[in-house]
Ligand binder design. Structure first.
Ligand SMILES: Nc1ncnc2c1ncn2[C@@H]1O[C@H](COP(=O)(O)OP(=O)(O)O)[C@@H](O)[C@H]1O
Ligand SMILES: [Mg+2]
Length: 372
């Protein structure tokens, strides 16, 4: 009988446990900082592994109640408040009666409806108007529970830059003024839009100015990725050449999502042993075409020609000196200050990071699409 093995390469959702590699130092730092009450700002370009790191750190943290909240999924202040309170209760209370008794100590003005759903989970609901006025009570709720239960709580707010879309500065102020008094709860704020998230924490006039210790998540080490790729192929009775694994790790720039994506498709493309030419064939004939429509949309959204030309230049030069006469002339750009402006917009859009197109797939697409 042939055992059908599953593809061991996973991308598009956070990974933990046996699918999670490396990051031991980061996990240690996060754990000890958070347990000592230090708040953390975790940032990096997308797909670097922030969400996975948070979830894996939580999986390995037994000395605190860990709660994960994704701001992409909370479209209003109402749902954010609901989410905070419900997630805290879910992890700290099992008895409705006990919760009902405690409620008057935990909240001053809010009077939520407490019920049990069909799965036996406790569910809490507020009136929509009520919550808006007492947002700070909802935000204070974790601290009240932590004190009452004598248990530390860690809360992660992922995609925290989205807070701006909820209620602008006001909610930032409420958040900051409430949680700065928290003794038993620490927070991780994570986000991808670097310039946005840095604006929240680095501008003097913003409530979150210097509120958290910053950790920038770095790419994974190429050798670590190489070993990961080779061993996952082996574990599923396939093989990959060492030079092919190395090429994938390098092309991916150490960004784990890219590695998993290329490996996922390459794994399907072979029954026995993958070599470098199969990897490249998979990339150019399978992966890039599947990304074409999305990239086309990104390209069309870039309405400035200066920005488009700069991208073409970045895609075609390995060490571009973007303000040099040579570069400006070759790529038909205007002046150094135009280049600076274009670069800033591309950075704000999350497309360019440190003078490089952030996504190597997109870079390859740009390079192939536009001949000079
Ligand atoms: N430590 C890791 N080990 C293996 N794969 C990882 C790791 N971190 C991230 N990945 C891969 O990268 C993808 C994106 O990770 P994610 O945590 O969602 O990144 P981010 O939150 O920074 O956008 C995951 O789906 C997974 O394929
Ligand atoms: Mg994420």
């Amino acid at each position: 009988m042939v055992v059908q093995l599953e593809n061991p390469f996973i991308f598009g959702k956070a990974v933990t446990g046996e699918n999670f590699i490396d990051r031991e130092k980061e996990i240690k730092e996060l754990k000890s900082s958070l347990l000592s009450g230090q708040n953390i700002l975790l940032f990096s370009p997308r797909k670097m592994g922030k969400t996975s790191l948070i979830k894996e750190t939580f999986r390995r943290t037994k000395d605190a109640v860990c709660i994960y909240i994704d701001l992409w999924q909370t479209a209003s202040i109402y749902s954010l408040s609901q989410e905070i309170i419900n997630r805290v209760i879910e992890k700290t209370y099992t008895s409705v009666e006990k919760l009902a008794l405690d409620m008057k100590h935990l909240l001053k003005n809010l009077r939520p409806k407490i019920s049990l759903d069909t799965n036996g989970n406790i569910n809490i609901e507020f009136g929509r108007e009520e919550i808006k006025e007492t947002l700070n009570e909802a935000i204070d709720f974790p601290e009240q529970v932590a004190k009452r239960k004598g248990k530390k709580i860690i809360i992660a707010f992922d995609e925290f830059q989205e807070i701006e879309n909820l209620d602008g500065l006001q909610i930032e102020k409420t958040f900051r003024s409430t949680i700065q008094h928290h003794q038993m709860v620490s927070y991780i704020f994570a986000g991808s839009r670097q310039s946005l998230i840095r604006a929240i924490f680095e501008k003097k006039e913003r409530p979150f100015y210097r509120f958290a210790k910053q950790i920038r998540l770095q790419p994974l080490n190429v050798e670590t990725l190489e070993r990961f790729i080779i061993s996952k192929f082996k574990n599923t009775n396939k093989e990959i050449d060492k030079d092919a694994a190395k090429w994938i790790a390098e092309f991916s720039r150490g960004i784990p999502y890219n590695v998993q994506h290329i490996c996922h498709e390459t794994w399907y493309a072979t029954d026995s042993k993958a070599n470098l030419s199969l990897v490249k064939k998979t990339l150019y004939e399978k992966i890039l075409p599947s990304l074409n429509d999305g990239f086309q949309i990104i390209w069309e959204d870039i309405s400035s020609y200066e920005q488009r030309k700069l991208l073409i230049g970045l895609a075609n030069e390995s060490k571009p000196r973007i303000y040099s006469q040579y570069f400006i002339k070759k790529y038909d750009l205007k002046t150094p200050s135009h280049v600076r402006k274009a670069l800033k917009s591309l950075e704000e859009a999350g497309i360019v990071d440190e003078n490089k197109i952030q996504d190597p797939f997109f870079e390859e697409w740009v390079r192939k699409k536009f001949t000079l």
